[in-house]
Design a protein around this ligand. Structure first.
Ligand code: ASP
Length: 330
């Protein structure tokens, strides 16, 4: 096999942070090349690594524009013959960015997103190990067709299922309902089963910056804030209780809103699906779906928002969006 080529794109995040003398806290500072230089073991992989300094931001400040520009740049790298790509970024938004990159990437080359929970100034910083693991995954043929995966702590997660499940642990990333796709053992990719087919939507974004709201159901909410927010939205994800239930006070607002814009019913739990045919009281999943909400199925609320954003940005109408959610989210 000829030498593999991997493009590395650095976006910032804890993995790239060093101490700011002015504040004493850490801020994004390291370049893509500096991240690679900190991992001498990468040289043993016999992979041609191409460093791209893309952004230097905390994960929280990345936007859809940054990610669509990144997706284009990764596409250019693949066009130029790269076999895989690594993205390093803040872990706070990996579960969303990775899914957007996955939806936009129809090719077979793996895109591997990684980050670090401990910054480079801390004992046991996990960035170097994660970059090494990501490089192995991006260069491997086993992940051809996997789309975008998230690799930290020697675990390989599908972008569609991964969640940041702990605020500080190096083992913060899990796929609550599905488990990881695989692990790295002795520096090699081990998949636990065949790769599932995935849906992609690589079309142009002709309708820039749709405003997609995410509203979480909580005890005793009278629905006033939901109504205020819904008025400002082009699309809305309702992160409901449990299997897709909201207070009765939300029902009229959700029905009116769903007649105007796409409203996706997801669960605030982040593990397990929204149901469709079990409960029928006002504010239940059956009731809300009958009032025009779109079932988020197995997609958690954050992933549902990313998919809804992309479909709206591509200028798709509510009927088509509903059909896509039926096909993708189950
Ligand atoms: N707050 C950081 C960020 O997302 C956390 C991290 O990278 O782990 O930029």
């Amino acid at each position: 096999m000829s030498k593999r080529t991997v493009a590395i794109f650095s976006l910032g995040g804890t993995i790239a942070m060093t101490t700011d003398p002015a504040t004493g806290g850490v801020v994004p500072a390291l370049s893509a090349q500096e991240l690679l230089d900190a991992v001498p073991a990468l040289q043993d992989l016999d992979v041609d690594l191409q460093a791209h300094d893309f952004r230097r931001l905390p994960g929280a400040s990345l936007g859809f524009d940054d990610l669509t520009a990144l997706s284009d740049a990764i596409g250019d790298a693949f066009q130029a013959g790269c076999d895989g790509a690594v993205v390093t970024q803040g872990t706070d938004t990996i579960e969303e960015t990775a899914y957007l990159l996955d939806l936009l990437h129809a090719g077979d080359q793996p895109i591997v997103v990684t980050g670090a929970m401990r910054n480079p100034t801390q004992p046991g910083a996990d960035g170097p190990a994660n970059i090494h693991a990501a490089g192995v995954c991006a260069a491997s043929t086993e992940l051809n067709g996997a789309g975008t995966v998230v690799v930290l702590c020697d675990q390989i997660h599908a972008a569609r299922t991964v969640r940041k499940s702990h605020s500080t642990s190096p083992a913060a990333f899990t796929s609550p309902a599905a488990g990881p796709l695989g692990h790295l053992y002795e520096g090699r990719v081990h998949l636990h089963g065949p790769l599932a087919p995935r849906a992609t939507f690589p079309g142009a974004l002709t309708n820039p910056a749709p405003r997609v709201g995410l509203y979480t159901a909580a005890l005793g909410d009278d629905g006033t804030l939901l109504g205020t927010m819904a008025e400002a939205c082009d699309g809305l994800v309702m992160a409901a209780f449990g299997v897709g239930h909201v207070p009765q006070s939300f029902v009229a607002t959700l029905e009116t809103t769903a007649a105007r814009i796409p409203v996706v019913l997801a669960s605030r739990i982040g593990n397990g699906p929204v149901l469709e045919a079990t409960y029928s009281f006002p504010g239940s999943e059956k009731d809300l779906l009958a009032r025009g909400l779109i079932r988020g199925g197995h997609l958690d609320a954050y992933k549902a928002r990313v998919l809804l954003y992309l479909l709206l940005a591509q200028g798709r109408k509510t009927d088509e969006i509903a059909a896509i959610f039926r096909a993708v989210a189950n």
